[in-house]
Design a binder for this molecule. Sequence first.
Ligand code: ADP
Ligand code: ZN
Ligand code: ZN
Length: 821
Amino acid sequence: MFADILLPLPLFSTYTYSVPVEMEGLLHVGSRVLVQFGKKKHYTGIVTATHSNQPVGYEVKPVLEVLDSKPIVRYPQLKLWNWIAEYYLCSPGEVYKAAVPTGLKPESETVISLDEDFEAPEGIKLTDKQSAVVALLHAKKKLKISEIEASTKIKNCARVVNNLIEMGIANISERVNERYRPKKVSFIELTAPKGDQNGLRKCFDAVGRAPLQEKALISWLDMSDWMKQYAPLKDVTRDEFLATSGISPAVLRAMIDKGVFRQEKRVVSRFAPSLSTEAPVLPTLSSAQNAALAQIKESFTKTPITLLHGVTGSGKTEIYSHLINSVLQAGNQVLFLVPEISLTTQLTDRLRRIFGDALLIYHSKFSDTERVEVWKRVLESNGPLIVLGVRSSVFLPFAHLGLVIVDEEHEASFKQYDPAPRYNARDAATVLASMHGCPTLLGSATPSVETYYKATTGKYSLVTLSERFNGATLPAVEIVDMREQRKKKLAKGIFSQPLRLATKETVEEGGQGIIFQNRRGFAPVVVCQQCGWTPKCHNCDVSLIYHKNTDLLRCHYCGFCQPLPKMCPACGQNSIQVFGYGTERIAEEFQTEFPKLRISRMDLDTTRNKDDHQEIIEEFASQKTDILVGTQMVTKGLDFEKVRMVGVINADTLLNFPDFRSNERAFNMLEQVSGRAGRRQESGKVIIQTTKPDDPVLQFVTRHDYQGFFNSEIQERHRYAYPPFTKVINIYIKHRDAMSADMGAVILAKALRNHFGDRVLGPEKPFVSRVATWYIQSIMLKIEAGASMKKVKALLRSIEASVAEHPQIKTSIIYYDVDPV
Ligand code: ADP
Ligand code: ZN
Ligand code: ZN
């Protein structure tokens, strides 16, 4: 028997391995296997097919090990991986790599060791460094170079190790490590089974006159409910027991030795079991919500995909809950996709209260080990469950989905930009749904132009919810012209008079405010006043941003940082100044302007740890803070009763970006952030500061006029042949050498033009044309909607192959971004 194996590498085909007879019954499509690939490396592959066709032309290697008794990938998933690879022009191996948590894909690593019966060689004098390494290896057996380096603190460790290998003292080999370790906890059990009074007496006898031990035994009986006739026995962990009884580990050991207790290690879930509710208590829907729910259910019988266009605060979540409930009742599973962790915090609480343990969470702040655990739970579950998750949760091994929900479907963060697969999780989720034969519900207050177009042209069903729940009104929007504010000397720093007044009024009346600025850090512009020097990133074509709390200049693309120089490195003068406003500075200036206010900040810098996000939200929810300043993290999904005011510090940064989605992005962002205000009875106010008050986007936001915005935008798209009237594929070519990137791009563009004519635009330098030491050039391909994308993609592949050997292209990397956002 042979098996085709998919490897977690950017390869365009699977590889065939032979299956040893003893493994034949153990190995199925979807099984994880360990195989050798290349000279030495071992990888975890996934079986995609088994057959009896002996491959010709190369020597077939055997499968080394089958890692699980059951497949860890289900058949529909493999189909989805293939679809993603084909549609987004990458390899199935790259999809596999992104889809499965690292802990489930052990691969070999190079390790250094000494011989079993190692003895210090005679006559060879080792250097101090060499001796240190030998001593370490002698004690620890097999180590990676990085581990040796960490233990010995020797820099240039690889050279020392190489010398040892050359001298025949150390060996190099490959070791496979299963990275995922189940969490094990020690439990303390009484040796007498519950109810065995005789056994219990023996235990007391064994304890004898040791008062500490007697007390400990009583305390265990109490903790475990051993004595309670009708209560089930409770588990007592070793840690709890030691803490409650107050005895030392030595006393516990003595009791174990006497045969009173036994200690047992068990595998436990990393997730605290949550309160499971008996029967879900669903919110009672308003009549508008009920009508929408009925329409959605009806629409599922007509089209596989439905768009719920509900204004902010209309209660889309409540409608989702009802839909989820009926799917669970029918025994099916639900995938509920949300764009970012920031949305999950509040949603988790709301859904947990209704669905209890049926709810699983999968988000980007999870450790890999936690991801493995969610994966396993989904894999083991054939019953009803909901996964609330971000982008990558489309890859989980669902058994039978009954519904897919994509909330905030317009969000750009559903699209993975780097590395491959550059997939849009919203679109992949609809494909996944169709593979499971279930409907997809897309929800948004500001649907993407493409989605709304499909909904108005009959491809999707459209259900509209145009009022907020409970009679709340959409907030009043005021556009503030900052040029005028400055001319009339009404502005103080970045604060216009209306924003200051609104803040004062809001807080005096016991309300809260959200302030949005599109940029983190303290100041985005750092300039020498004498000579005009500005700090640039060494690896990227961008300026560095000043962060005050760390006093560092930081690159927001690659993370490079350096201290803010005291003297200008170019002219030596003490004349470096910072300009512009990031969230850090805005929070600070707000504090100066309103010393009594409690201000918190939410951006990438303040949410680096797993729970930071939740803490900031909880503080704000319980009104321990008055004003929340933040980046786009504060613009979405948040639902706070007391938020009456929303301020946008500078809308200019959102308007007039040089790409076809700029209007859409600006409208969505501003309408969504506005939507955080006045979500209950009290009406809300939104202040948008700008120097372009007449921009049409701002006018649509003022009227909360999605329809109007869409009508104007769809005409633009039509006029300039952009999606949904065309399909866009961006083709990137990158090289570490600027000239090669330029010339490679010219050659590639020419080859593309030969086939696609004037559907090819460029090459040009993208907005940021050097990232992490790579020079980048981009070419845009626009294909008429309705053309066969299969053919287009096949053609792209063959064009790429035809130029691949060109000296300028051979050493560069070409990749594709299909449906860029
Ligand atoms: P959306 O997601 O459409 O912006 P939400 O689902 O967050 O709106 O609802 C807005 C607020 O109104 C939430 O606080 C929610 O709890 C409340 N709400 C909406 N519908 C109901 C309902 N049927 N019963 C009780 N509260 C509701
Ligand atoms: Zn950088
Ligand atoms: Zn200078």
